[in-house]
Design a protein around this ligand. Structure first.
Ligand code: SF4
Ligand code: SF4
Ligand code: FES
Length: 216
């Protein structure tokens, strides 16, 4: 393993050459907003567009989950350009998200709440026009409930289902209608994912929640 030196927000860090910048930052206690990143994933999904950072010498900010670190790079996670892109990505996500935290099973552990706090933006931001869907909650699993209206399309559950060879969840439809669903919109309780607790753990928001916490 070749070790390299990087600087993130002024902090000197030693890490493995080629490691993913977002992982290096998080491992060293530097938070960068993210929803679709998974440490174990070989190739980043890079779908949420939240993890923008500035790298010295580069004109435009880049997504930290797509950067493999090289010796000597200097990174600013809080530069003006990066923050503007992080905020825009977040506000766009929130334009399709129903905010009802007090009735949500992920209240207190939700990544959207963490990002809002980090960026100092209200979850109820109305920078963009709201487009809320009104899809039915899938209650068919004995373990979890799935509320597609709260899904932020991070793709983590799709990855999990593929990784474990279950292949029960994928993205369906396009554009504003794009969403996560089982094949032919089957209730998840009738699929091979019906008792998959990890879906709740891997989902960063309240789309997958345990049934017994649903109304907390
Ligand atoms: S998913 Fe997060 S932001 Fe949305 S209602 Fe639940 S706790 Fe609130
Ligand atoms: S259900 Fe959760 S894990 Fe799956 S794509 Fe939506 S937000 Fe991500
Ligand atoms: S974490 Fe980098 S784009 Fe989602």
């Amino acid at each position: 393993m070749t070790e390299v030196n990087v600087v993130i927000d002024g902090q000197q860090i030693k890490c493995k050459k080629g490691d993913i910048l977002l992982r290096v930052a998080i491992t060293n206690g530097i938070y960068i907003p993210n929803l679709c990143f998974l440490e174990e994933r070989e190739e980043p999904y890079a779908g949420c567009r939240l993890c923008f950072v500035e790298i010295e010498g580069d004109e435009l900010p880049k997504c930290a989950c797509t950067i493999h670190v090289e010796d000597g790079i200097k990174v600013n996670t809080r530069g003006e350009k990066a923050l503007r892109l992080q905020k825009t990505a977040f506000e766009l996500i929130m334009s399709t998200h129903p905010v009802d935290c007090k009735n949500c099973g992920k209240n207190g552990i939700c990544e959207l709440q963490r990002i809002a706090k980090h960026l100092k933006i209200s979850l109820k931001t109305n920078k963009y026009q709201k487009f809320l869907s009104d899809l039915p909650v899938d209650d068919s699993s004995p373990v979890f409930a799935f509320d597609p209206n709260k899904c932020v399309q991070c793709g983590r559950c799709v990855y999990l289902s593929e990784r474990d060879g279950l292949n029960c969840i994928s993205f369906a439809y396009r554009g504003l209608k794009r969403r996560v669903s089982a094949f032919m919109d089957a209730p998840l309780g009738t699929t091979r994912c019906s008792e998959k607790k990890e879906l709740v753990h891997i989902c960063p928001v309240g789309a997958f929640v345990f049934k017994d916490r649903k109304n907390k």
